[in-house]
Design a protein around this ligand. Sequence first.
Ligand code: NAG
Ligand code: NAG
Length: 211
Amino acid sequence: MSMKLFASLTLLVWFSTATSSLAQSNPRYVIDTHGDSLETDEIYYIRPAITDNGGRFTLIDRNGSCPLHVGLENTDMPQGYPVRFTLFVNNNNYDDNDDDVMVNNDLKVTFVEVFSTCVQSTEWKLGSNDTNIGRRFIITGVDDGIQSALNYFRIVETESSGIYNIRWCPTQVCPTCRFICGNGGIVRENGKILFALDGTPLPVVFQKKDD
Ligand SMILES: *[C@@H]1O[C@H](CO)[C@@H](O)[C@H](O)[C@H]1NC(C)=O
Ligand SMILES: *[C@@H]1O[C@H](CO)[C@@H](O)[C@H](O)[C@H]1NC(C)=O
């Protein structure tokens, strides 16, 4: 073996070892539809990865009363509200400079730029179990309970890069709690598309506003 070939093989081995250990130790960032990592100081539209499932995420008046529900537009038109993500911060994961969202980070999801008749927070909140259909709807409002666990969701990976599920399982907020975790999916009711746990998970993507 020539010295040159040996050297390049060594380099190749070193390089692949270095990149694979980098990939393992690297936290997995959530990426938007442009392949950029999701940031807490940007706002995003959430929409289904497959368009037949509805349009962008929005606020839905389910039955003429507040609080408003989290749901999806019926059309693919540029409607709906963007959201802002706010990371859960504790002493273990606190990092001053990090405004990137990682998978399985507990975070709050809040609709922004909303003009709503409900004088209520536009933070997503897990609602109670609708026992008629056995689904827990995602509504809006502030959870006044311990650590506001009902307000913390997370973005989890699917098998496809850039496509995610939204899950409620706030174990960073409360590591000792026993939650009945669940992924968000859709419920169609009276021509409306509502977002709820405990069904088929909806694959979603994040589209940065103004791009
Ligand atoms: C609307 O739905 C909520 C729960 O989703 C229920 O508590 C309330 O009674 C309903 N209101 C009407 C007018 O049906
Ligand atoms: C919701 O209610 C249904 C029907 O009573 C029940 O089967 C289901 O286990 C409940 N889900 C949760 C998460 O408690």
